[in-house]
Design a protein around this ligand. Structure first.
Ligand code: MLT
Length: 327
């Protein structure tokens, strides 16, 4: 399906961010008739990464109601800020994750938006485990060996992230803080391109979501040390948890949610929440997520209320953690 001319031209010219264009028939902004025009879901990281992967999974079933097309870009907090400035008509949606809750502490007054005041929540999507992985020829074979190696080599070791405030950055901070080391951070537009360099042995390690690492770990194109969840995961049964490997403080899962600009009418939010819940109940989504180490949230969490509750709690939590770490 092709995007409507109004939204497509406006979108491609303005937003730097991956988008899913949910095509429809004619333009309009009548909440009762919503959607009458294209709807974009903006993913603020480069194509091929875990946030893009999760968005593609839910877009298919959501497209039962509307239809989907993908346009590429990259942007992190830039794309989130631009979505906040879009018309509150439900035609621009943001997919974002735990980074919405860390950005205020990391960026302070420089942040171009308020994650709570400038958005309405649509609902939570999934909480994705993270894995500590390295290039396949990296010397350490276990997390214990990795800890010793990084403590001995510090800044000689390179760590890929998707930029400050990304989940990969957050997990990296937890890791280096727990180990008491400084490594050389190599930022990318997303962990999709970062994974390409890791498989290509251009960077030493990273902490990334199972939706981006399960295949590479299974195929052996990267070395895996641990998963950051309390229990091992079915998709990677042989991978120890960080707690088993002696690093219980490196424990984080990446929750994802959908947002629309503040002021979006209730009727529009309700239709998007319903479409999201349809997607999360879809067996193909459940199976795809299971194959990549994660699950949809319970449907009673795929609601604006539950999403807002988690977002506000997480902003407070990570503000404390990041404040303690010195930002
Ligand atoms: C991150 O926070 O590391 C991002 O999710 C990576 C990505 O989606 O590309």
């Amino acid at each position: 399906m092709t995007p409507g001319p109004r939204k497509a031209a406006a979108y491609l010219g303005a937003l730097a961010g991956l988008s899913l264009t949910l095509a429809a028939c004619s333009s309009g902004a009548d909440p009762a008739a919503y959607p009458e025009d294209d709807v974009e879901i903006v993913v603020p990281f480069a194509a091929g990464g875990p946030t893009d992967t999760v968005t593609r999974m839910i877009a298919e079933p959501m497209a039962q109601e509307l239809g989907v097309q993908i346009v590429e870009g990259a942007g992190g907090t830039v794309a989130a800020g631009q979505v906040a400035a879009e018309d509150p008509d439900g035609y621009t949606v943001l997919m974002h994750h735990i980074g919405m809750s860390t950005a205020p502490a990391l960026y302070g007054d420089a942040l171009a938006y308020d994650p709570v005041a400038d958005f309405r929540t649509v609902g939570l999507v999934t909480e994705v485990p993270m894995t500590i992985i390295a290039r396949s020829d990296f010397e350490p074979d276990t997390l214990e060996d990795f800890v010793t190696y990084v403590q001995e080599h510090e800044s000689e070791v390179t760590m890929a992230t998707a930029g400050e405030g990304a989940a990969s950055d957050l997990c990296g901070r937890l890791l280096t803080s727990a180990l008491g080391v400084e490594v050389t951070v190599v930022p990318y537009d997303g962990t999709g391109p970062a994974m390409e360099d890791l498989v290509g042995k251009q960077v030493d390690f990273m902490c990334d979501q199972t939706t981006n690492t399960t295949t590479q770990i299974t195929e052996g194109t990267v070395k895996a040390y641990a998963v950051t969840t309390p229990e091992r995961i079915d998709a990677l049964p042989d991978l120890p948890t960080t707690a088993e490997a002696g690093q219980p403080d490196i424990a984080v899962s990446v929750w994802h949610g959908l947002y629309v600009p503040a002021g979006t009418p209730d009727e529009v939010v309700e239709k998007l929440t319903a479409a999201l819940q349809t997607a999360l109940a879809d067996q193909s989504v459940i199976d795809q997520m299971a194959g990549l180490g994660t699950t949809p949230v319970e449907l009673d969490r795929a609601t604006p209320e539950a999403h807002t509750e988690l977002l506000t709690e997480q902003i407070a939590t990570w503000s404390d953690v990041i404040g303690t770490q010195g930002g």
